[in-house]
Design a protein around this ligand. Sequence first.
Ligand SMILES: Nc1ncnc2c1ncn2[C@@H]1O[C@H](COP(=O)(O)OP(=O)(O)OP(=O)(O)O)[C@@H](O)[C@H]1O
Ligand SMILES: [Mg+2]
Length: 388
Amino acid sequence: MSVAPIQAGRSADLRLSARLYERLSRLVAGGKRAAALAYLEKAIGEVLPLFAADPVIFGARRTAWLVRTQLLLEWGRPAEALAWTCLECQLAPSPDAAGEASALRDRLLRQLRLEFPTEPGPTVAAESQWPGMAGMFDLRAVLERDLITPLRYPEDARRYRVLPPNGILLYGRPGCGKTFIARKIAERLGWSFTEFKPGDLGSIYIHGAQEKIAKAFEEAEQQAPVVLFFDEIDALGARRDAASHDGYAEEVNTLLAQLDGCAAKGILVVGATNFPGKLDPALVRAGRLEQRYFVGPPDFAARFALFRHHLAGRPAGGIDLGRMAARSEGYTAADITYLCEQAARLALSESKRAGREVLIAPAHIDAAMRAHPPTAVLDSHTAIGFRP
Ligand SMILES: Nc1ncnc2c1ncn2[C@@H]1O[C@H](COP(=O)(O)OP(=O)(O)OP(=O)(O)O)[C@@H](O)[C@H]1O
Ligand SMILES: [Mg+2]
């Protein structure tokens, strides 16, 4: 496969030179995808500062965007292409360029089945409706459509014969935000939140738990409407054929029986797991944890927002958030929290040594990144929000 030059205007060609295309084509032809994207990222980061207003830079950046988008689409990564396209819609220098970017954005939204309504309505996931949540726009849109809207508008949902779910499952690698999202769902609904995890004292996960499970649901009913969150639910609802102790199958049976009919009692069960394959199939069938959402490492838009969120209010300077987001592919949300904390620690200790304020700078984040490589292994399903 080769990279076909994209028509992006004369000014762009001044910076995105033939040499760049040549090198990129070689990497792509050699199947070196990660290296090709890294090369493009380097070009964008070093040669084309993302937010510079110079029209030449705008044109060149736009060409780089088109090449990246084209590669991501060809490599089956439409969500990442969408993230770049949304950014381009914001940055586009002219109405023509903005029109082109938004046409591509709409096509990708349709392809990912994430159409947004044109009129504001109950399904619009405005940022202010999920305060404190960085990025994850595609996951929010899907949750709004599948979960929040039917639960917030039960009468309308009944008319459409859309039943609210008894439960949902969030699955994916550690540190990507499953527990965080469960809490945000409760906040978004304005419901109470009760959490169970294996380490709790007197945990319902500990064997001999049938009564405790039944009691947990009874108490939840008193607090309804409530989000009942089972973290690491694989410890409680693993396949019965792989039973870890006598009586385990009965415990899973109790959980299954309790799950039936939760929606009618104002209980939404949210389970989270890093190991969806370990779960008993009966737990994830229709009527139980029937909607399943993959929570992967944050995509570009989420990483951008996570850096912004974690640096806000800290003494920082000279940080190009777009560059940080581009460089941090594969880092989880927890990793990015850590990178910002670590960068703050480095700047603080420098400022104490220097006896003056030292701002958190790109060099501090770079140093934190070098010491802490990304924990997520990248694959074609890394963008947040994909369903199985
Ligand atoms: N979209 C987000 N915006 C802001 N902070 C986030 C976001 N996603 C995750 N975080 C933060 O990242 C950290 C890790 O998230 P969380 O604990 O929810 O991950 P997890 O998927 O539940 O991990 P584990 O599988 O290890 O339980 C938390 O501090 C959380 O607040
Ligand atoms: Mg968790």
